[in-house]
Design a protein around this ligand. Structure first.
Ligand code: FIX
Ligand code: ZN
Length: 413
């Protein structure tokens, strides 16, 4: 006996609401990393998305803004985006959602009440409260072996919250080898920017040491639209001679985050990155030339979304994931998720939050769930109208794949 449409849609919505999530790409850190885990009102308001949006309103000289304390920056952003304007952007409206979900009265919200409601240091109880509010069970971090603040944490005896997982981020090695060679040599690795001498085995030794130290669930790096493959240059050689073989040996997936054009406005600092439409052909070449490697892929440009989904149809060692950064907006997440379901079925990773501040998990996952409810209810409704028996168990399985098990099955393949 099939359910009527409203009962079916209500069931799908309930399954999505209750689904537990693995957030497979964030910039959060386990609490044991200390101040690297950001939380609280001032961190939420000085999120780099809001910094760049605020400049469109206050138009302060960059140096004047950067001279402000974090509290003063936060107050300036509050005035610009929440007092002088309505918080209509994805990131600004997210602050209101977080405030509501953490017990504030949005109708009477002030910077003061927000600061009172959101602690600036995360107690274990607060971390649990936020994870429960977001429905997130596992969080994958972004771990940069070249970041001084983070390197200091990774001692031999370092242990951290088992709900958090490491992902080894190699942007500096892949894109700025010359810049990081001094650090590599200071660590005892004989690497030169032209990959002469023992550079290749030494880079392998470096990578294996950090894999051993961090036990990552995957290895990752981002590129702009300049990514080519095959590539006889330095990055291509590091990929072919170091990263791909080490990933194979250690059974690690490689995440490629494509289309981030860095520092187009350096005056905005972390907020100064932009987007570039990139070619999918290098990704296809990687998949076809390295069938024993697995590639997690996300692309930053809206225009790349269709072709990367088609590429995922061609290569089962390519797992498309998330609606990244500038395409992580209600309208684009819906457009992309519908397209992916229509071309791949439930065989992709629906979303990652990219959260940089703990409380962002709440609004970012609320937004994904609201899209998944709409999109999946439509798809199951059509199946039911054609006479297919849609059971709650099937919907729970499919949703679990989209927000958790497709990731774990792929990285543990
Ligand atoms: O490369 C990345 O991991 C990007 O997500 C970040 O660089 C970016 O600043 C971000 O946090 C976007 O959401
Ligand atoms: Zn990120």
């Amino acid at each position: 006996m099939s359910m009527d449409t409203s009962a079916l849609r209500a069931m799908v919505e309930d399954v999505v609401d209750r689904a537990r999530v693995t957030d497979m790409h964030t910039h959060l850190f386990a609490p044991e990393f200390g101040s690297l885990l950001l939380c609280g009102a001032d961190e939420l308001l000085t999120f780099h998305y809001l910094i760049s949006e605020s400049f469109r309103v206050h138009r302060m000289p960059y140096s004047d803004f950067w001279r402000l304390s974090k509290a003063e920056q936060s107050a300036q952003i509050w005035r610009s985006l929440f007092v002088e304007n309505s918080p209509l952007s994805e990131a600004a409206s997210g602050v209101i959602s977080v405030a509501r979900r953490l017990g504030c009265d949005p109708a009477a919200l002030s910077l003061q009440s927000l600061r009172e409601a959101l602690p600036s240091r995360p107690t274990p109880e607060y971390v649990q409260r936020v994870l429960d509010a977001a429905g997130v069970d596992e969080i994958v971090m972004t771990n940069d072996p070249f970041d001084p603040a983070e390197r200091a944490c990774w001692t031999d005896t370092f242990r951290y919250d088992p709900r958090f997982y490491a992902a080894l981020r190699l942007d500096a090695m892949m894109n700025r080898l010359e810049q990081v060679c001094p650090l590599l040599r200071a660590d005892g690795y004989e690497v030169d920017p032209q990959l002469g001498g023992k550079s290749v085995p030494e880079l392998k030794r470096f990578l294996e040491a950090w894999i051993e130290r961090t036990q990552p669930v995957y290895v990752a790096f981002s590129v702009a639209d300049d990514f080519v493959y095959p590539d006889g240059g330095i990055r291509g050689r590091i990929l072919d001679e170091v990263v791909l073989p080490v990933c194979r040996e250690h059974k690690l997936a490689l995440a490629l985050m494509v289309g981030a054009r860095r520092q187009v406005n350096p005056q905005l600092q972390l907020a100064g990155d932009s987007v570039a439409n990139a070619s999918v052909r290098p990704l296809e070449a990687l998949c076809v030339n390295h069938p024993d490697n697995r590639f997690l892929v996300t692309m930053l440009s809206r225009e790349n979304q269709h072709e990367i989904v088609v590429a995922a149809r061609k290569f089962h060692n390519l797992m498309v994931f998330g609606c990244w950064w500038f395409v992580n907006t209600d309208s684009l997440v819906e457009e992309i998720t519908r397209m992916r379901l229509e071309l791949l079925g439930p065989t992709f990773i629906a979303q990652h939050s990219d959260a940089r501040v703990l409380e962002q998990l709440i609004y970012k996952w609320d937004r994904v769930r609201s899209v998944l409810k709409r999109v999946l209810a439509d798809k199951y409704e059509r199946l039911a109208q054609d006479g297919w028996c849609v059971t709650r168990a099937d919907v729970e399985r499919d949703v679990d794949r989209l927000v958790r098990t497709n990731f774990w099955d792929f990285v543990r393949w």
